[in-house]
Design a protein around this ligand. Structure first.
Ligand code: PGA
Length: 244
């Protein structure tokens, strides 16, 4: 378990220029942010240059929600890693279940993205997690191990894994603390044995809010959270970032 906790805001396809700027400015002014918390904000692509300027020289770090697996080229509608790097993105979410579902991304595409992101010295936040039917039929262990196996290269230090059960995203349903710890344990053992990875960050994501965040961060082995809906609300982020 790492001492530093990563608090990652995934704004998804939300917020316009003004609302985004207001939220970031309020977050920048926050006093008493927990000293061990790294605050990472992942806006939609068009907001990135604006938010990049706003967070410049502050403790807030910028991330992106995706990137293409090729450096550049004829990929209409996609965004290149070069441009994200130019705009000072330090993290990139890769393999979010909404990309898997709506953009048909599979584990091998995700692996290509992970490799490209790492080659550019940016940190991928690799999402794994099972569907409801996979949990109910007790196939989730196999599913998650398989995702880790394909998406994660060997011998890496400090890779960021976000466990996001698909049935928990945006639903208000959250796994028990025991269930989160079970996935942490299996991830740890799998990464050690199969990937020779001994240090990693394990985030939980799915219906995180200020109330359950405190419970999860204090009572499980997680190294932070990937937060969707609640990350759009300053009142929620204030409580989360100050652990109050
Ligand atoms: P949620 O989304 O917090 O709104 O459930 C989390 C995510 O999809 O990363």
């Amino acid at each position: 378990m790492q001492q530093v906790k990563l608090i990652v805001s995934n704004w998804k396809m939300n917020l316009g220029n003004k609302k985004a700027a207001r939220l970031v400015n309020n977050i920048k002014k926050l006093k008493n942010v927990h000293p061990n918390y790294k605050n990472i904000i992942c806006p939609q692509f068009l907001l990135i240059p604006h938010i990049s300027n706003l967070v410049n020289k502050s403790s807030v770090l910028l991330g992106a929600q995706d990137c293409h697996y090729q450096k550049e080229g004829a990929y209409t509608g996609d965004t290149s890693i070069e441009l994200l790097k130019e705009n000072k993105c330090k993290y990139i979410i890769v393999g979010h279940s909404e990309r898997r579902q709506y953009h048909k991304e599979n584990d091998s595409i995700i692996r290509k993205k992970v490799d490209l992101v790492l080659s550019k010295k940016i940190k991928p936040i690799v999402c794994v997690g099972e569907l409801l039917k996979e949990r109910q039929s007790k196939r989730y262990v196999r599913i998650i191990k398989n995702q880790l196996d394909i998406c994660i290269p060997k011998n890496l230090n400090n890779i960021v894994i976000a466990y996001e059960p698909v049935w928990s995203i945006g639903t208000g349903l959250v796994p028990s603390l025991k269930e989160i710890n079970e996935i942490y344990q299996l991830t740890k053992i799998f990464l050690q044995k199969s990937k020779k990875i001994h240090n990693f960050y394990f985030l939980y994501g799915g219906s995180v809010n200020s109330k359950n965040f405190k419970e999860i961060i204090e009572n499980t082995s997680v190294d932070g959270a990937l937060i969707g809906g609640a990350s759009l609300k300053f009142s929620e982020m204030k409580k989360i970032l100050t652990n109050s």
